[in-house]
Design a protein around this ligand. Structure first.
Ligand SMILES: *Cc1c(COP(=O)(O)O)cnc(C)c1O
Length: 428
């Protein structure tokens, strides 16, 4: 949509909502209240809202546990033994993969470690890891301790890429040049897909190609990309990836993560891994014998038996994603975030109070906009919050706002515009 078509009027927002084929999904979520009023919830980047169906999905498993107890593992079509299978079609659609390339398991930080065990095999010559500077702390700790685990020095082994002076985002050309420069010293690129602080969506395909061209692996942390950006992990030839389900995937606080492992590794029992019985050949699992035989594909990276209650809440949300469809979600997302961007520019563009640091090109971002606060600091965030706007504050000076296409409306964005307009008077 052309920005010149946007308008800062209630009529415009209302019309956009009327024409929105996904508008009905808003009613399928619970919204929190702030100061007694339904919040303008722009924090799906941190914790997605609860689908109203979650309780019934959980209830079903609680009933199975109540009535079947241990027999629930093998009883009927909901047998817990096969619980991992149900989420595969939706996950495959969301990240652009084949079903055997994805599986829901563990939590994100744990999965990063498990995947690095397989894909980070440093040698004397090839041992460097490339990551964007300012990566999410968990990812930084993971890389630091992985490197130490192999007896190497994090300082010289982890290469952090910074934007050019005066810029907020990395240029793809600079990322590719760095990969080329590192050449056969580079073992693995392990970056965010979408950077949590700036909201920049990286060119995963180009980065993967460049990594492969120098003989390195390419893996991505998709915490902020899964369910929020167009992903084609299989076609882009990505080696491995992992994500969480509680941000854009609305599956509940701390809920289960998922992994992607490209199908070329589906039958690679030689790849190192830290294994557990749930990654072992399903047919032979209960023979209780020695000798780990990995399952085909991503399933072979499972460690522990499936967390059935976690999967139930996850499934409630995934079923909504399947009904809505990623393509429609992404089409709406571009318009909705474009509208937010337009209003911020219109209302506060000249005030000098804030600046959008997320890339302008919709192909380089998801729904999140990161606002650099130049004046007023966290008081700006507190003022908006007191008016019902739930975003989040990230030190040292960023407010993240993420209108999500599943449950946010154009009217939400318009209402925020009014609050922004009022608040500027306080911080002028
Ligand atoms: C949210 C987030 C995490 C959180 O990790 P958990 O293991 O789910 O606690 C890790 N990395 C990134 C990039 C994130 O955005």
């Amino acid at each position: 949509m052309n920005p010149t078509e946007y308008q800062f009027t209630a009529e415009f927002a209302k019309k956009m909502d009327e024409d929105d084929p996904l508008a009905k999904f808003r009613d399928q979520f619970y919204f929190p209240k702030v100061n007694g009023k339904q919040a303008i919830y722009f924090c799906g980047n941190s914790l997605g809202l609860q689908p109203k169906t979650v309780k019934s999905y959980l209830d079903k498993e609680l009933s199975n546990w109540e009535n079947l107890a241990v027999d629930g593992h093998f009883h009927g079509e909901d047998a817990w033994y096969y619980a991992r299978k149900k989420s595969k079609p939706a996950l495959a659609e969301i990240v652009g993969a084949h079903t055997h390339e994805v599986v829901a398991m563990n939590n994100l930080s744990s999965n990063l470690h498990f995947l690095m065990v397989s894909f980070y095999q440093p040698t004397e010559k090839r041992n460097k890891i490339l990551v964007e500077a300012g990566a999410f702390p968990s990812d930084q700790y993971m890389l630091e301790t992985q490197v130490k685990f192999h007896g190497l020095d994090p300082e010289s082994t982890i290469i952090e890429l910074k934007p050019r002076a005066g810029e907020h985002n990395l240029r793809t050309e600079d990322i590719l040049a760095k990969i080329h420069e590192l050449g056969d010293s580079l073992a693995v690129v392990n970056m965010a897909g979408l950077q949590y602080y700036t909201g920049q969506l990286f060119d995963i395909k180009a980065i993967t190609n460049a990594a492969h061209a120098v003989g390195a692996y390419a893996g991505f942390d998709l915490a902020h990309a899964a369910g929020n950006a167009s992903l084609k992990l299989h076609d882009w030839d990505v080696d491995f990836a992992t994500w969480c389900s509680y941000k854009y995937m609305n599956s509940g606080p701390g809920n289960i993560s998922g992994i992607f492992v490209h199908e070329r590794f589906a039958e690679r029992p030689d790849l190192p891994r830290f294994a557990g019985w749930w990654g072992h050949d399903e047919g032979q699992r209960f023979l209780m014998e020695k000798g780990f035989i990995p399952m085909h594909g991503a399933d072979g990276w499972q460690v522990a038996n499936s967390n059935v209650l976690a999967l139930a809440a996850h499934q409630a949300s995934l079923d909504i994603f399947q009904e809505a469809g990623m393509e429609k979600l992404l089409a709406k997302s571009e318009k909705l975030t474009g509208y937010l961007e337009y209003l911020i520019q219109e209302i506060s563009g000249k005030s000098g109070i804030l600046e959008i640091i997320t890339p302008k090109d919709p192909a380089e971002r998801g729904c999140q906009l990161s606002l650099h606060i130049h004046r007023g600091g966290k008081a700006v965030f507190d003022e908006w919050y007191s008016q019902g706007v739930v975003g989040d504050w990230r030190n040292p000076n960023v407010i993240r706002l993420a209108p999500t296409p599943l449950y946010n409306s154009f009217m939400d964005v318009f209402s925020f515009g009014l609050i922004l307009e009022q608040s500027l008077k306080k911080f002028a």
